[in-house]
Ligand binder design. Structure first.
Ligand code: ADP
Ligand code: ADP
Length: 228
């Protein structure tokens, strides 16, 4: 489902963010990506949804060679992936409903179809009752749940998250993590960069540790392994 073969990333300023990454992630897996700050976690994740292109190497996502993907095909790729960020990235002038519907409107689904699916995903994240609210009327955890609903609205096979609990208190972080776990149970592959040691050590999923641009560790039912 996701495969990287000898992937390198050097930024224009000369920083070698990733140096020879080989990895395979299968359908239905739940993977935590851990490692010190500056290790290359975000770069690793950005390559998957083609926010960045590799300097060298091959990346397959859902059978598409992302490393060679023409710019005009990136919107299509992004719809087969859901992405969730630390800072939510909701559109402040749109309601919860509209934020989630937006991703379906751009692919010209019918109004009826959109409404049905938006209410379905808002139900999944337990926010149907706040469909008419604006992002600034919601707590951080609720905003992240909207972002998750938005990421899921087009039924992607893969959900990618970069520090999704980084701005949330421990209790809310657990709620969000349980939601990811439920989504994974229903078959969606999840790749999540995180600094949350307690969660990684409790959930016992696959752990890929990135250090200094390399995969330092790849464990089944792994642990966080850092003291930060
Ligand atoms: P992490 O997510 O583990 O903190 P990153 O992937 O963000 O690591 O960064 C890896 C390295 O690449 C760091 O040295 C960082 O400063 C550098 N880097 C990240 N993004 C850019 C960029 N857009 N331009 C130049 N250097 C970058
Ligand atoms: P259900 O019948 O499944 O409970 P509703 O259609 O009653 O769903 O909508 C539930 C919530 O979502 C209500 O607050 C409703 O106002 C809001 N909502 C539904 N459709 C839209 C829309 N197109 N734009 C904005 N809010 C909507």
């Amino acid at each position: 489902m996701i495969e990287m073969q000898d992937v390198w990333k050097t930024y224009p300023n000369g920083v070698n963010a990733l140096t020879g990454i080989d990895i395979q992630i299968s359908k239905g897996e739940f993977v935590y990506v851990v490692g010190p700050s500056g290790a290359g976690k975000s770069t690793f994740i950005k390559l998957m949804y083609r926010e960045e292109k590799p300097t060298k190497g091959t990346i397959f996502v859902n059978g598409t060679n992302v490393s060679e993907l023409k710019n005009r095909y990136t919107p299509k790729l992004r719809r087969s992936l859901g992405v969730v960020f630390q800072d939510f990235k909701l559109l402040p002038r749109l309601t919860v409903y509209e934020n989630v519907a937006f991703a379906m409107e751009v692919i010209e689904k019918s109004k009826r179809e959109i409404k049905k699916r938006v209410m379905e995903v808002l139900d999944l994240v337990k926010l149907k009752h706040k469909a008419r609210f604006f992002p600034n009327e919601l707590s951080g955890g609720e905003q992240q749940r909207v972002a998750i609903a938005r990421a899921l609205v087009n039924s992607p096979g893969i959900l990618i998250a970069d520090e999704p609990t980084g701005n949330l208190d421990p209790e809310t972080s657990w709620e969000i993590m349980k939601l990811f776990d439920d989504i994974n149970y229903s078959g969606t592959t999840i790749v999540m960069a995180t600094h949350n040691r307690e969660i990684v050590n409790t959930m016992r999923k696959r752990v890929i540790a990135v250090e200094n641009g390399k995969i330092a560790r790849d464990q089944h039912r792994g642990e966080y392994g850092y003291e930060d």
